[in-house]
Design a protein. Structure first.
Length: 193
């Protein structure tokens, strides 16, 4: 097992397939702050939870490579993606094949990469991030989530997004934007793309 751990996830709302899709990942590097990122993918019939999961994996592995990581442990709650990447299952879905190929190509750049399945409750940071990725488009605003005193936020969705107003700041249109968590004390985000 590597000292560097990547947790990834994908999310889709309000329906799978055919909803808004977002991705998220958390990359744990020794002696460095946890890197958390998320982003919006798109909307439509071609959007599925598995597509979103692959985006989280691809983005996370690309970030690990950019940090000079050679040995990586990848964890996710998608049994399908983990089993594709570990060689237990063949990827046959036309929609997923290009994403699988991209992820596989990235995985070959590491000296060693191990893929492990985690239960959803063990992957909650990446799960929350993927939901924020969906929100970036649904609300059409970048949301800065400031310190709340707890490590996750669940937002109520009903004919739009309901967020406690004192816990967010709307900063402008965020379609095709990537957010990065910039501290570990609370949720403070900055636009990075």
């Amino acid at each position: 097992m590597s000292d560097v751990i990547l947790n990834f996830d994908g999310s889709i709302w309000p329906k799978n397939p055919g909803g808004h899709a977002g991705w998220g990942f958390a990359l744990s590097l020794p002696d460095k702050p946890l890197i958390r990122r998320c982003g919006y993918i798109g909307f439509g019939d071609h959007m599925t939870n598995n597509v979103a999961e692959y985006y989280g994996l691809i983005q996370g592995m690309a970030k690990a490579l950019s940090q000079g990581v050679r040995y990586l442990t990848v964890r996710g709650d998608s049994q399908l993606v983990i089993r594709h990447m570990s060689g237990e299952y063949q990827c046959r879905a036309e929609l997923l094949i290009p994403l699988y190929k991209a992820a596989n190509e990235l995985s070959r750049r590491f000296t060693k990469v191990v893929f492990e399945w985690d239960r959803r409750e063990q992957n909650c940071d990446a799960d929350d991030l993927s939901k924020y990725g969906v929100l970036m488009r649904l609300d059409k605003y970048f949301i800065e989530l400031n310190k709340f005193g707890h490590d996750s936020l669940w937002l109520t969705v009903s004919n739009g997004i309901v967020v406690e107003p004192e816990k967010c700041v709307l900063l402008g249109d965020s379609s095709n934007t990537v957010m990065e968590k910039v501290d570990n004390s609370g949720y403070t985000w900055k636009i990075i793309k």
